[in-house]
Design a protein around this ligand. Structure first.
Ligand code: ZN
Length: 564
C-alpha cells in the first residue's frame, strides 16, 4: 500500500475508534479452525487526530518499515520459513487458507501454545517440516549442538566471545565447516538496507526532534550493527509517535537466550495515562531500598532515566506479531544501557483492555470462588502489569559470581527469561503492597489486586509452561498454593485468595527469587523450577474447563492491514 493511501485510511481509523475492541467469533469445524478460534480477532486503533501533518506522513512510512521487520523475523524463526509462507500464500484451497491464517498468527508452522508442535505436518514440495521449531531458531546452524558451541566459544579471544554470545550476530558455518559469527547488518542486509532508507525518509518528515534523532540513529545502526547510540536515543524519545523497531527480545533463542529477534511496535502515546503512571516511577528508588533481600544486593543508585510510556498500538511487526500478544515491555535489554540509564517501560493500553475483556473476564467466571468474582477489575490488572514492567528495572542485574563480574542474564542462561518474568510478577505485587501501605496507591485496590492476579495466573499458564511467562506463573502459583495464599475448593473446582496469607507469601517468594538472582545461583533456580513450574492435577482440571475461551486476541489493524 502506498503511503498516500495509508493516510486516507488513518483518518477513517479515527472515526472508527468507538467500534474498536469488538470481537467476532467464527464457527467452523476443522482442526486448524479450532486452533484459530483460540485467538479472538480484535480490532486495535489509536487516536491520530493530535498528530501533526509531518508525523502523519512519517507514521505511514513506519508501517512500511514494520512490514520489512516482519520479513526479517520470518527468516530468523527457521531457514525454511520464508519459503513456507510463499507456498501457503499460493495455496487457494480452504485448507490452505486456514493454514495461512494460523501461520500468520504464529509466524511459523509451530503453535506457540501446544508445546510448540507443528500444525502443518505434511512435507511441502517434498521439504519436511520439523515436528518442533529448532531450539536455536535460525540463529545457529541447525546441526550445531550446545557443546559444540561451548567448546568453540572457549577457543575464541574475549572480543570474539562477546560477539558469539551477544545479541546481534548469527552463528554460521564457514566453508571449512567451522563456526563463525556474522553481524545482523550483513545477514539481513537485503531487508535492513531498505528499512534504513525508509527510516531516514520518516526522520525527514517528522517535526519532533527526538523522533528524528532516534529514526536517523536506528537507520544507521541497521547498517553498522552498533545499536548503542540508537538505544540511548530511544530511551530519550519524547514524541507523540513512539516507535520501537529493531532486534530486542531473546526468548526465541532457546539454546542460550543470547540472540535478539526483530520486532516493531508502532504506537501512539496516551498522554493522560502516562502522566498518571509517572507517579509510580517517582518511588522506584524507595522500593529498591526496601526490597526483601540482603542490603548488599540492593542498588543504592538506580539509573537516573526511567521513562514510562502508556501507548496505543496502531501497527506491529516481527516477533511482536507472533502468537500471544505483548501487553507491555521493558527495553532495551543491553546491560550497558540498563546500568547507565535504567530502561524504558512501554504499556500497550489498548492491547491490555482487549485482553481483559476478551479473555480474563470469561476465565474469572470459571476459576474464581463466587464470593471473590465481583472483585475482578481492569484497574488492578493494568496497574499490576505496570509494576511488573517497573520491577524489571529493579533488583540485581550486574552481579559478581565467584569473584567474576557477570550479569543475571548470563548466569541464568536458558532460565534467565522465565525467572526474570516470575520476579517481575511477584515483586510487582510486593511493590504495590508497599505503595498501598505508604498511602501512595489507594488501599481499596488491595483485594481486587490479588484476586485479579489469581485469575490472571490461569490466563498465563494457558500459554504453556514452556514459555517464559507461563513457566514463571506456574512457579508462582504452586509456591503460593503451598504457602496457603491460594486455596482450592474441591467441591466446585474454584480457587480463592487467602487474603490473610497472600501478603507474606508474595514477600517471601520475592525474597527467594531476588536472592537467587543476586547470587547467580543457576542450580538453585533450576531446582525451584523443577519443583514448582509444573501443572498439578487441580490446575489441570481447571485449565480443561477453559477450552472454549479464547487464549488471546488476534490483533487486526484494519486500516493498515488491508493486504493481509
Ligand atoms: Zn516481563
Amino acid at each position: 500500500m502506498t503511503p498516500k493511501k495509508l493516510l486516507v485510511s488513518l483518518f477513517v481509523c479515527v472515526a472508527l475508534i468507538e467500534g474498536c475492541s469488538k470481537q467476532t467469533m467464527e464457527n467452523r469445524q476443522s482442526p486448524l479452525a479450532a486452533q484459530i478460534k483460540q485467538f479472538a480477532p480484535t480490532e486495535l486503533c489509536g487516536d491520530t487526530s493530535r498528530l501533526s501533518e509531518g508525523d502523519r506522513k512519517a507514521l505511514a512510512i513506519l508501517f512500511e518499515v514494520s512490514k520489512l521487520v516482519d520479513r526479517i523475523y520470518t527468516r530468523q524463526v527457521w531457514s525454511g520459513n520464508t519459503w513456507l509462507r510463499e507456498r501457503l500464500e499460493a495455496d487457494t484451497s480452504a485448507e490452505g487458507k486456514e493454514g495461512l491464517h494460523l501461520y500468520n498468527i504464529y509466524y511459523s508452522p509451530w503453535s506457540g501454545l501446544d508445546s510448540g508442535k507443528a500444525f502443518i505436518h505434511d512435507p511441502v514440495d517434498h521439504r519436511p517440516i520439523p515436528s518442533k521449531r529448532p531450539e536455536g531458531a535460525d540463529y545457529y546452524p541447525e546441526d550445531m549442538t550446545k557443546s559444540e558451541f561451548e567448546s568453540w566459544l572457549k577457543s575464541l579471544p574475549a572480543s570474539e566471545q562477546k560477539k558469539a554470545t551477544g545479541f546481534f550476530h548469527t552463528i554460521r558455518r564457514g566453508k571449512d565447516g567451522k563456526l563463525k559469527t556474522v553481524p545482523y547488518s550483513e545477514e539481513y542486509y537485503d531487508l535492513l538496507e531498505p528499512a534504513s532508507r525508509l527510516m531516514r525518509q520518516a526522520a525527514g518528515l517528522t517535526d519532533n526532534a527526538s523522533l528524528k534523532k532516534f529514526l536517523n540513529l536506528r537507520a544507521e545502526a541497521f547498517l553498522t550493527n552498533d545499536y548503542y547510540a540508537s538505544d540511548v536515543a530511544w530511551m530519550e524519545l519524547d514524541s507523540p509517535i513512539e516507535p520501537t523497531i529493531g532486534p530486542y527480545e531473546v526468548y526465541m533463542d532457546e539454546l542460550f537466550n543470547y540472540k535478539a529477534a526483530f520486532e516493531a511496535y508502532i504506537t501512539l502515546r496516551n498522554d493522560e495515562e502516562t502522566k498518571k503512571l509517572e507517579l509510580y516511577s517517582r518511588h522506584l528508588q524507595e522500593i529498591e531500598n526496601n526490597l526483601p533481600i540482603d542490603a548488599k544486593y540492593r542498588n543504592p543508585r538506580l539509573g537516573a532515566l526511567s521513562p514510562i510510556r502508556v501507548v496505543d498500538e496502531v501497527m506491529i511487526g516481527g516477533e511482536a506479531r507472533s502468537g500471544v500478544q505483548t501487553a507491555a515491555y521493558n527495553l532495551p535489554n543491553d546491560e550497558r544501557i540498563t546500568a547507565e540509564k535504567g530502561s524504558k517501560r512501554v504499556m500497550l493500553k489498548n492491547v491490555q483492555e482487549a485482553k481483559f475483556n476478551s479473555v480474563l473476564v470469561r476465565i474469572a467466571e470459571k476459576v474464581l470462588d463466587a464470593d471473590q468474582r465481583s472483585k475482578l477489575a481492569f484497574e488492578p490488572f493494568f496497574t499490576h502489569i505496570l509494576t511488573h514492567e517497573l520491577m524489571h528495572g529493579l533488583g540485581p542485574h550486574n552481579i559478581t559470581v565467584a569473584g567474576k563480574q557477570t550479569t543475571v542474564r548470563q548466569a541464568m542462561k536458558d532460565l534467565s527469561s522465565a525467572i526474570e518474568e516470575a520476579k517481575a510478577d511477584v515483586s510487582g505485587l510486593f511493590a504495590l503492597q508497599f505503595l498501598m501501605d505508604k498511602g501512595i496507591v489507594d488501599k481499596s485496590m488491595e483485594e481486587p489486586l490479588y484476586i485479579t492476579y489469581l485469575a490472571g495466573v490461569f490466563r498465563s499458564v494457558r500459554f504453556g509452561i514452556n514459555e517464559a511467562h507461563g513457566k514463571g506463573m506456574a512457579l508462582q502459583f504452586n509456591y503460593l498454593l503451598d504457602e496457603g495464599a491460594f486455596e482450592y475448593n474441591r467441591q466446585n473446582g474454584t480457587f480463592r485468595v487467602n487474603l490473610a496469607r497472600i501478603k507474606d507469601a508474595t514477600k517471601k517468594l520475592t525474597s527467594v527469587i531476588l536472592t537467587l538472582q543476586a547470587e547467580g545461583d543457576y542450580a538453585g533456580v533450576k531446582s525451584l523450577f523443577d519443583k514448582y513450574a509444573v501443572v498439578r492435577p487441580e490446575m489441570k482440571s481447571v485449565l480443561a474447563s477453559l477450552t472454549e475461551i479464547p487464549v488471546d486476541i488476534e490483533p487486526r489493524f484494519a486500516l493498515t492491514d488491508k493486504s493481509r
